[in-house]
Design a protein around this ligand. Structure first.
Ligand code: G3H
Ligand code: 13P
Ligand code: ZN
Length: 328
């Protein structure tokens, strides 16, 4: 059944686990997530980014997720809008039937200018007012995603702050977070701790100076009852990079967010963990392998099948690693 995200995050908090939120753009990704959830008995958060909405169209995304709800009536499913850039966009998603929306007021509507605090409070509060009347969950963001190695905003997916950033912008301030939650009354808070979107997050396996689990502990100490959200939380498995390279792809050396760091974060209030890139890498590796091994094949079903299976394997692993399994 379609449920609000608040309901799932409350249960996760009561029982000390985290829930991966997977980005979806097409049929095979929706199917992969649902097969994984079915196999592990996990609750599901599927989210549509601005890029997904542009690629597939809101209507197709909505009905793909609706098809999942109908095909798996016993699994709770959240249909979440990822990174809404304005109250208007969030309103549109709510009108379409999304059960959860993110109002990302850390940036202005252009998606690259860093917003000031009062603007963020205002737009987030505005969405909370609309959404809560309808039982829709709201995620907000305080702090800007970006790298503590380069002090650059997150640009890879075309959504991220421009120019050089300061430590203050790249790490969410616990005191300000407390004020933000109080003023907006949001349900879940996305925080900045050094992660960024895409495959190129870190040039080495991250240590505490570039991935601050310490900051999560400080925010959690100040806001023990707030559900925290980690964006840019793909682990970028080295095996997947190796597979892509083996079959002709060009992936530079790079590192993601280690699963054990996420497991530590889950002990300190992180309940929603956003994952898109790992699914992209898994599907690409499988498709590259398939084409290399089967140069004469041309039926998309034949190469999308291993791609779907590879995406499913990532989802199963994360459901198990985050403690989501068994909680549907
Ligand atoms: O928001 C970040 C997600 O990885 C989605 O990226 O806009 O390219 O779909 P996208
Ligand atoms: P990744 O690029 O690390 O998968 O992050 C996805 C995300 O945060 C979507 O909002
Ligand atoms: Zn994100």
């Amino acid at each position: 059944a379609l449920v609000s995200m608040r309901q799932l995050l409350d249960h996760a908090a009561e029982n000390g686990y985290g829930i991966p939120a997977f980005n979806v753009n097409n049929l095979e990704q929706v199917q992969a997530i649902m097969e994984a959830a079915e196999e592990t008995n996990s609750p599901v958060i599927m989210q549509a980014s601005a890029g997904a909405r542009k690629y597939a169209g809101e209507g197709f995304l909505k009905h793909l997720i609706q098809a999942a709800v109908e095909s798996y009536p016993h699994i709770p499913i959240v249909m979440h809008q990822d990174h809404g850039q304005s109250p208007k966009i969030c309103q549109g998603a709510i009108d379409l039937g999304f059960s959860s929306v993110m109002m990302d007021g850390s940036l202005m509507e252009d998606g690259k200018t860093i917003a000031d605090y009062d603007y963020n409070v205002k737009v987030t509060r505005q969405v909370v007012d609309i959404a809560h009347k309808l039982g829709v969950t709201v995620e907000g963001e305080l702090g800007c995603l970006g790298s503590l190695e380069t002090m650059k905003g997150d640009k890879e997916d075309g959504h991220g702050a421009e120019g050089t950033m300061t430590m203050d912008q790249l790490l969410t301030d616990p005191e300000q977070a407390a004020d933000f939650v109080r003023q907006t009354q949001l349900d879940a808070l996305a925080i900045a701790i050094g992660t960024s979107h895409g495959a190129y997050k870190f040039t080495r396996k991250p240590t505490g100076d570039i991935l601050s689990i310490e900051r999560i502990k400080q925010i959690n100490a100040r806001l023990p009852n707030t559900h925290l959200v980690m964006h840019g939380s793909s682990s970028v498995p080295q095996e997947l990079l190796a597979e892509i390279r083996e079959f002709g792809g060009d992936m530079k050396e790079t590192y993601g967010v280690p699963v054990e760091e996420i497991q530590e974060a889950i002990k300190y209030g992180v309940r929603k963990i956003n994952i898109d890139t790992d699914i992209r890498l898994a599907m690409t590796g499988a498709i590259r392998r398939f084409f290399a091994e089967n140069p004469s094949k041309f039926d998309p079903r034949e190469y999308l099948k291993p791609a779907r299976a590879a995406a499913k394997a990532i989802c199963v692993a994360r459901y198990q690693q985050f403690g989501t399994a068994g909680n549907a």
